[in-house]
Design a protein around this ligand. Structure first.
Ligand code: IMP
Length: 429
């Protein structure tokens, strides 16, 4: 019985929530290994809509949720999210949620700097979620971060705050933003400590035990391969490795424990925030995809940019992410379009590319090369088997499968959990 890692294969918001929920219902444990409350997963269970940012999705199904060391944890956001889902009737306690003692904390000066820097960038802004993700990861690698375990050590916190505030206040002052006082920050941390520490533990040890017990583990990725800090459209990316390889490092287990790597891709493409998007549509079709697909960011509410399916990009994500099976979501959004285009490669300054190269100017100059395929008249909505899909829709899926060089494992045909065509059970490896 394999474990499964789920990652986005485009720029995020691929509809991971539904797939993760379906998989979570069949797993024993769900582990977050990177990102923070920049992620947004919407789950509809039993008529109730849950919007999760930091909590592992399995909690909605009563499964143990683990937040690994690779996650940046905003303690206030975590407590607020716990209170929110508790008000909806979910049970979240130290029995159902564990947080790595070595996870980095996001503190109030992180979003403050994130926002001040974005404002200073003007047109060159990354379009971050403004939640302090980047600055917190910077502190982690700069070895000055306050981590969950430090909440039990007032002296360590005091010492680290000195260095942190010297750094942050200098930058904030320079950017014309408000600075932070050490006493207030220390009081803030001391007040948070008794609320967060009951959830803290060495997650690596828990992972070892669960693995030995033969538990089914689901690794829940956030963001997506093209937002990966190394492999994405840098610098228009998030600040963590979003690929499944990081599931091991971000939770404290071996790479062989990660299991089957499932990638999620929408049947078209969307992106929030700035950065290159070769197959973006600025016409009525782009608008139609946005309206029909309800393409607004879960976290920030920003309208998403929409475009044709970019098979060259997903093929790249398949190779980088080690994706062994692909889930295609929201195919019903394409219902009724006369013809569809699939991006198969790019032309950059006259030269042909089958992938997006790393250079920032090259990425910005990428012009998509399209293959045109016929659309379909019937509807894909609610289909649960291939036979329910219009013939042209099956052709479209098969063509995508060929181009991205990964088998299609599932096709999702509506937000309803059971409206799914299962080709292969990811837990069977
Ligand atoms: P950050 O992660 O807040 O630093 O934002 C960096 C980039 O990643 C921006 O373009 C965000 O819009 C994007 N981003 C971060 N989290 C998500 C997500 O969950 N879905 C889609 N885009 C995201």
């Amino acid at each position: 019985m394999a474990n499964v890692a789920v990652i986005g294969a485009q720029w995020g918001d691929e509809g991971k929530g539904k797939v993760v929920d379906w998989l979570a219902s069949r797993a024993d444990v769900v582990v977050r290994f990177q990102g923070g409350h920049n992620a947004g997963h919407t789950l509809v269970v039993g008529g109730e809509t849950y919007k999760l940012s930091l909590l592992p999705s399995g909690l909605v199904r009563g499964k143990l949720g683990l937040i690994g060391n690779g996650v940046v944890v905003d303690p206030e956001a975590l407590l607020a999210e716990i209170a929110r889902v508790q008000a909806q009737g979910l049970k979240v306690s130290p029995e159902t949620l564990r947080v790595s003692e070595s996870a980095t904390l996001i503190l109030p000066f992180h979003p403050a700097l994130d926002k001040a820097r974005e404002a200073a960038r003007g047109d060159g802004k990354i379009g971050t979620t403004g939640r302090g993700i980047g600055p917190a990861y910077e502190d982690r690698v700069a070895r000055r971060a306050i981590r969950v375990a430090d909440l039990a050590e007032p002296e360590t916190m005091s010492h680290k705050l000195e260095e942190l505030l010297r750094h942050y206040n200098t930058l904030l002052r320079e950017l014309g933003a408000d600075t932070f006082a050490k006493d207030a920050m220390m009081a803030h941390l001391l007040a948070l400590a008794p609320k967060i520490l009951p959830f803290a533990e060495p997650i690596w040890e828990r992972m070892d035990t669960l693995r030995k017990e033969g538990k089914r583990i689901l690794f829940e990725g956030a963001q997506a391969v093209m937002l990966d800090v190394d492999h994405g459209t840098y610098p228009f990316v998030t600040s963590s490795n979003t690929v499944a390889a990081n599931a091991a490092a971000g939770s404290g287990t071996g790479p062989w424990a990660v299991g089957f790597v499932l990638g999620i891709a929408k049947a078209y493409t969307t992106r929030v925030g700035s950065g290159p998007f070769p197959s973006e549509l600025h016409d009525d079709i782009g608008k139609l995809l946005g309206e029909r697909g309800h393409e607004f960011g879960t976290v920030t509410g920003r309208p998403r940019r929409c475009g044709w399916f970019d098979a060259a990009m997903v093929r790249q994500a398949v190779k980088i992410g080690g994706i062994q099976g692909l889930v295609l979501t929201k195919i019903d959004v394409l219902d009724g379009l006369k013809e569809l285009k699939i991006c198969t490669g790019y032309r950059i300054n006259g030269e042909a590319f089958r992938h997006l190269p790393a250079g920032m100017a090259a990425q910005a100059a990428a012009v998509p090369e399209y293959e045109t395929v016929e659309g379909w008249e019937g509807s894909c909505r609610g289909a649960r088997s291939w036979a329910d899909l219009p013939a042209q829709a099956v052709k479209y899926v098969r063509r995508i499968e060929e181009l991205v060089e990964a088998p299609i494992t599932l096709v999702s045909t509506s937000p309803e959990r059971d409206d799914t065509i299962m080709v292969r059970d990811p837990f069977e490896g």
